[in-house]
Design a binder for this molecule. Structure first.
Ligand SMILES: N[C@@H](CCC(=O)N[C@@H](CS)C(=O)NCC(=O)O)C(=O)O
Length: 335
């Protein structure tokens, strides 16, 4: 675990010293957009035109933010248009690596050893964290964007010429509602579990823990009267929630000490996760080995032995009860 300082790698854990023991996630620094016409997004200088075969995703199968991008790539049928490299699940003193095996592909573009070399290839003097996902432009050999919430928006709408234009997870009439949901769920839950797990004071941990479960209670209630977060169709807000929920019982309950209760103890949330998991294509994006071995094996400050617990055995393929709100509409019916 570390970061780049003016292009030089330094092995350093998160610094919670100046924030009262609170974990504060750094802002992603690469924020350009791929667009259909190649025009720069508002306020940006560099423009990137959507083209098949030009862009590449660097992901970890363990990471909930990278997982979002894989789900969008799969459900938008962009596998042929956008290529992928999967880093090794272990993140040690060199950060994410391109060690191969066990589902890790290595760097399929340049054969590099560490992900930080991708960042310095884009900017030899980059300072900041080296995170996944990374959306890479093979033509200009640079990073377009390393913020998952933006990458999924591009995949949703800018590659429709080569993907499934009938699938839209950010439909115009629901945008405000989706944005409001994201703004609430991200700090309290998606990032809340990390704030609980990486806290270095009791107060910081308890604050995050309270927010995590207050949000889960709220979502449980919301999902007691409708199939998905905005009602009858699956949106971006659901996929963003899914990647956190699917990691909750196997990792966040134990490793991040979010143990008031499990997702399995919430009737609606547990059925909802199974419902989303069973959407064709999604199961193939969930890799429990990478998920468990990454967190338990990489975070030595919170699990020094690196031992990975064997349980729990969560069966996401089991039947769910969400059809009680009516059938899940297919993308064709919605379009
Ligand atoms: N806001 C970013 C966060 C990405 C992120 O923090 N990824 C984690 C893995 S789950 C990472 O690569 N961490 C490495 C580090 O912080 O050094 C996004 O959503 O894309």
């Amino acid at each position: 675990m570390g970061l780049l300082v003016e292009g030089k790698w330094q092995d350093r854990w998160y610094d919670t010293g100046k924030s009262g023991g609170r974990f504060e996630r750094a802002q992603s620094q690469w924020r350009d957009w791929i667009t259909v016409d190649g025009a720069p997004a508002q306020g940006r200088e560099r423009g990137f035109r959507a083209e098949p075969g030009r862009y590449h995703l660097y992901v970890s199968l363990a990471c909930p933010w990278a997982h979002r991008t894989l789900i969008f790539r799969t459900l938008k049928k962009l596998e042929d248009a956008i290529s992928v490299s999967v880093v090794h699940y272990h993140m040690g003193e060199n950060g994410w690596t391109f060690q191969t095996g066990d589902g890790a592909t290595g760097d399929t573009l340049y054969g590099l050893d560490f992900l930080h070399r991708i960042y310095t290839r884009a900017d030899p003097f980059y300072s900041g964290r080296v995170t996944v996902p990374v959306l890479w432009d093979k033509t200009r050999q640079t990073i377009v964007n390393n913020e998952s919430s933006e990458i999924i928006r591009m995949l949703n709408s800018e590659f429709d010429e080569w993907g499934d234009a009938g699938v839209d997870f950010y439909p115009e009439p629901l945008r405000t509602e989706i944005d409001v949901l994201n703004d609430e769920i991200y700090p309290a839950l998606n990032n809340g579990v990390y704030r609980a797990g990486f806290a270095t004071t009791q107060d910081a941990y308890e604050e995050a823990f309270g927010e995590v479960f207050a949000m889960l209670d709220k979502l449980e209630e919301r999902l007691s009267s409708q199939r998905y977060l905005t009602g009858q169709r699956i949106t971006e807000a659901d996929w963003r929630l899914f990647t956190t929920l699917v990691r909750f019982d196997p990792v966040y309950v134990g490793h991040f000490k979010c143990n008031r209760q499990r997702i399995a103890d919430y009737r609606n949330l547990s059925n909802y996760v199974r419902d989303l998991y069973q959407v064709p294509g999604v199961a193939g994006t969930v890799d429990m080995r990478h998920i468990k071995w990454h967190y338990y094996g990489s975070h030595k400050t919170i699990n020094p032995s690196g031992i990975v617990p064997l349980g729990p055995d969560v069966d996401h393929t089991a039947a769910h009860d969400r059809d009680r709100f009516g059938p899940r509409p297919t993308s064709r019916e919605r379009a």
